[in-house]
Design a protein around this ligand. Sequence first.
Ligand code: 0WD
Length: 254
Amino acid sequence: TGILAGKRGLIMGVANNRSIAWGIARAARQQGAELAFTYQGDALKKRVGPLAEQLDAILVGHCDVTDGASIDAVFAEVERAWGKLDFIVHCIAFSDKDELTGRYIETSEENFNRSLNISCYSFTAVAQRAEKLMRDGGSMLTLTYYGAEKWMPHYNVMGVAKAALEASVRYLAADLGPDNIRVNAISAGPIKTLAASGIGDFRYILKWNEYNAPLRRTVTIEEVGETAAFLLSDLSRGVTGEVLHVDAGYHVVG
Ligand code: 0WD
C-alpha cells in the first residue's frame, strides 16, 4: 500500500545517510515503491550497499555519469531485473570545490565543462536510457537549487549548471510528454550534506535561510523525500516541466 505501491524506481546519487537521495528513497519505500540504487565507485559501494539493504533495494551497480558505458550497464541491469521502470531520481552534481567560493568569473573552462556535464547533461543522458524502459509512462525527477534563478554567494558555476538543468527539465518534459513520461525538479532549500560542505560559507547560508524563510527554518531530507514521493506518484499525474520549491518558502523572499 501507499501512493507508490506497484511502482519500481531507480535512485542515483546516494553517498551516505545524509544524502537527499536517501531521504527520497526512504519516503518512496515507505509509500510502497520497489527500489534499485546505483553507487559511484567501490568506496561508496560499502556505504550504499547496507543502505540499499535497509530498504530491500537491489544494487544495480557502479555508475559514473561521465562514462556512458557505465550508464548503459546500469540500465541493462534494471531491464534484466524488472523489464521496465516507473521512475528515476537523479541527485547528482559536482564542481571542483575551489570554484565554489569567490568569484564566478574565475571559473576555468575545464571545471565549467565538467560541472555542466555531471550536474546537467547527466540527467539528459539518464533520461535517454530511462525512456526506453518506461513502457507504461513514468516520472523523472532531478534536484536543483535557487542559485539557478538568482545570484547566490559562492554557488558560481553550479548556479549556471542548475539553470541549464532546469531548462533541460522543460525540454525533456516536452519531448517525453506524449509518452506520458513526466519530468520535474525539486528546488530544495540548503541542507547539510557531503556535497553542500564543499560550498563556501554554507553554515551562514543555512542561518540566513533560517532567519528569512517564511517558515523560519530550513528543510530536511525527509521533507524533500515526501514531496518527491508525490511527484513520482500518480497523485501528480497532471504535473510536468515543473520546478517545485521545497525550501520553507525562501524563494518568495530571497
Ligand atoms: O543544500 C543541498 N544539499 C542541496 C542540494 C540544495 C539543493 C539541491 N541540491 C542538489 C545537489 O546539487 C545534487 O544535485 O541535490 C542533489 C544531491 O546532493 P546532496 O544530497 O546534497 O549531496 P551528496 O549526498 O553529496 O550526493 C551527491 C552525489 C555525490 O556525492 P559526492 O559528495 O561524493 O560527490 O552525487 C554523486 C555522488 O555520489 N556524483 C556522481 N554520481 C555519478 N557519477 C558523480 C558522477 N560523476 N559525481 C557526483
